[in-house]
Design a binder for this molecule. Structure first.
Ligand code: AIR
Length: 188
């Protein structure tokens, strides 16, 4: 497949574009796509690299207006310039997800993503899976400003989380710490 056809394969209208620097980022970033799916937000995932496919990345970013893209999520590890590079080419909100790739535990990617010079913001979330989920939720919060249905879904999502914690706490109070921990270790 040529570089060109990869962009052509993109779906026509989407609200959120997720860009990953490598296919090795997909296991973690699948969580962001799943969250957008769960909320019914039109999105797509593309593998494009600030260093390995710089021209293609620029072409893709240039297509955002005609595609109707409203928020971009960019995830990369190591010298993670992906989010910053995209942010330099668009005034859409860009959420950067730093990923762990090796010995530095993702700190390299965190600093490469978060330390943008004044004037070109990258809204940076936590390293790894929590960041992937929060990037999607953050994108949904931005979209919810003009889509009230998404606000309702976000409120329901928070309630579900709170209910789950309350259920766990009730069980902890009933079983005590030692039994609770043993049960969790056995059943997950
Ligand atoms: N990467 C790819 N191009 C530029 C960067 N920083 C990142 C990818 C991935 C890491 O390099 O986002 O997290 C390692 O990529 P790979 O393909 O070697 O597994």
């Amino acid at each position: 497949m040529t570089d060109q056809s990869r962009i052509k394969n993109a779906k026509s209208k989407i609200d959120v574009a997720i860009v990953v620097g490598s296919d090795s980022d997909l296991p973690v970033m699948a969580r962001a796509a799943e969250t957008l799916e769960e909320f019914g937000v039109p999105h797509e995932v593309q593998i494009l690299s600030a260093h390995r496919t710089p021209q293609l990345l620029e072409e893709y970013a240039a297509s955002f207006p005609e595609r109707g893209v409203k928020v971009v999520i960019a995830a990369a590890g190591s010298a993670a310039h992906l989010a910053g590079k995209i942010a330099s080419t668009t005034t859409l909100p860009v959420i950067g997800v730093p990923l762990e790739t090796g010995g530095l535990g993702g700190l390299d990617a965190l600093l490469s993503t978060v330390q943008m010079p004044g004037g070109i913001p990258v809204l940076t979330v936590a390293i790894g899976p929590a960041g992937a989920a929060n990037a999607a939720l953050g994108a949904i919060e931005i979209l919810a400003l003009s889509q009230p249905k998404l606000s309702e879904k976000l409120a329901a999502h928070r309630k579900k989380m709170a209910d789950s914690v309350a259920r766990k706490n009730a069980e902890l109070q009933q079983l005590g710490v030692a039994k609770y921990v043993r049960k969790k270790a056995a059943h997950g």
